[in-house]
Design a protein around this ligand. Structure first.
Ligand code: NIG
Ligand code: FE
Length: 415
């Protein structure tokens, strides 16, 4: 009997970007590498010349010199919705602000009307092209929020459609309950009653059905107050669910410090983040999720405090925030490019933001986000010369193969 390993699959002649945390070049580059998979997990990786003698694999794939990175992780999206809001895009270009549009019943509430009116099949069909676009870009884990129902049936329908993508497609889906996204019209003037409904009925029922991985809220002048958000976070804690927050997007509400106090996974947006918020995030290990798509579409001018976050050692994730209002952009590659041009992230930081740090923002750092033995075998192969190319172009997708749980597929599922 030989001790030589027997693997399910082996990729040869690949340039690995492991994205491991301590890599001096920021990418964890292994030139002329190989990576092996067994039982859906990474079983071995290293330079091809170091392959164990006599190793065999049931399937051998030729990398042909392509780059191989961890599967991309889009850790903040609202991809499940019906309708579209290009009328608001036009209105904003005529001078209306996002907040004004929201206050006159448009914005999130406009998508709530369309989503409430859509049955499960219609909602699935409307959302599928967006999900497929992300898959084609090497996304192997996708976070999807509710928040366009704001009443029990539609919130549940959104989360079921989201979970359905995880069952029907080679994709890991994490669902986030965002019932505190906006105040539904039937609760006008009664925000505290709506928050009580979320805490006492909607969230417990959806969690009971196994539809919720995390809880999020929009803590903002046009959203919910810090006190209301804290009540929701306490309800999440009672159910053992982690929290995250749309924080400091349009104003400084102290949201980042609030979510950090609740040991939150992430604070997202952060254009108005204060030094106190940064200090609280450092203390709690809360990830900063940067959403340059929303910054771009709202034509914001106030940047998140990137340098201060970097200097403080806060992990920076990058996500698409794909939604019909502030970021109608079902593209994580576009978010990577915009994170560099608008926020001046270095390409190695942006790529870490869509792999290692995005995994942390979902509480999945032990499972995905880097190429390491024992982690899930989720990766993407790219026709590029250097990893920075993923950020240095916009509107072009060089992904040529995707592997999820050790299974290879074409990026375009129909192929
Ligand atoms: O992440 N700001 C709140 N939520 C979304 C926008 C949702 C919408 O406008 O439909 C965001 O920017
Ligand atoms: Fe968002």
């Amino acid at each position: 009997m030989s001790d030589a390993p027997r693997w399910d699959a082996l990729w040869l002649d690949v340039q690995l970007a492991t994205m491991a945390g301590d890599a001096p070049d920021g990418y964890g580059t292994i030139r002329d590498g190989a990576i092996a998979v067994r039982d859906g997990r990474i079983a071995w990786l290293g330079p091809r010349t170091a392959l164990p003698a006599g190793a065999e694999a049931a399937e051998v794939h030729e990398g042909r010199g392509r780059w191989l990175t961890p599967g991309l992780i889009d850790c903040h999206t609202h991809v499940v919705y019906a309708g579209n809001r290009s009328d608001e895009f036009e209105a904003r270009l005529e001078g209306a602000s996002y907040e004004e549009i929201a206050r006159r019943g448009g914005g999130i509430l406009s998508t709530v009307r369309a989503t409430r009116a859509a049955g499960k099949e219609a909602l699935h069909a409307a959302s599928l092209p967006r999900v497929l676009n992300l898959l084609a870009e090497g996304v192997t884990t996708l976070e999807i929020k509710s928040g366009y129902g704001l009443e029990p049936d539609t919130e549940a329908r959104m989360l079921r459609v989201a979970r359905g993508f995880g069952r029907r497609l080679p994709l890991r889906v994490r669902t986030t309950f965002l019932g505190a996204h906006a105040l539904p019209p039937e609760y006008a003037g009664r925000a505290d009653d709506y928050v009580a409904l979320l805490c006492d009925h909607m969230l417990p029922a959806l969690a009971q059905e196994g539809l919720v991985d995390a809880v999020d809220a929009f803590c903002e002048r046009i959203g919910f107050t810090p006190a209301q958000t804290a009540r929701l976070f306490d309800a999440a804690a009672r159910l053992g669910l982690p929290v995250k927050l749309h924080a400091e997007q349009l104003s400084d509400q102290g949201g980042a410090a609030l979510v950090a106090r609740h040991r939150g996974l992430s604070a997202d947006h952060l254009e108005w983040l204060s030094p106190a918020g940064i200090a609280a995030m450092v203390e709690a290990g809360t990830v900063a999720v940067l959403l340059p798509g929303a910054f771009h579409f709202l034509r914001e001018t106030r940047l998140p405090p990137i340098e201060a976050l970097r200097d403080a050692g806060v992990p920076l994730a990058v996500a698409s925030d794909c939604n019909p209002g502030t970021s109608p952009m079902p593209s994580l590659l576009a978010a990577l490019s915009l994170a560099c041009t608008l926020f001046r992230l270095r390409p190695r930081e942006a790529l870490a933001g869509a792999t290692r740090h995005a995994a942390a923002a979902l509480g999945l750092a032990h499972e995905i986000g880097t190429l390491e033995v024992g982690k899930a075998a989720d990766f993407a192969l790219w026709d590029i010369e250097r990893p920075a190319e993923l950020c240095a172009t916009l509107g072009f997708n060089p992904c040529s193969e995707v592997v999820v749980g050790g299974r290879a597929r074409s990026p375009r599922l129909a192929d």
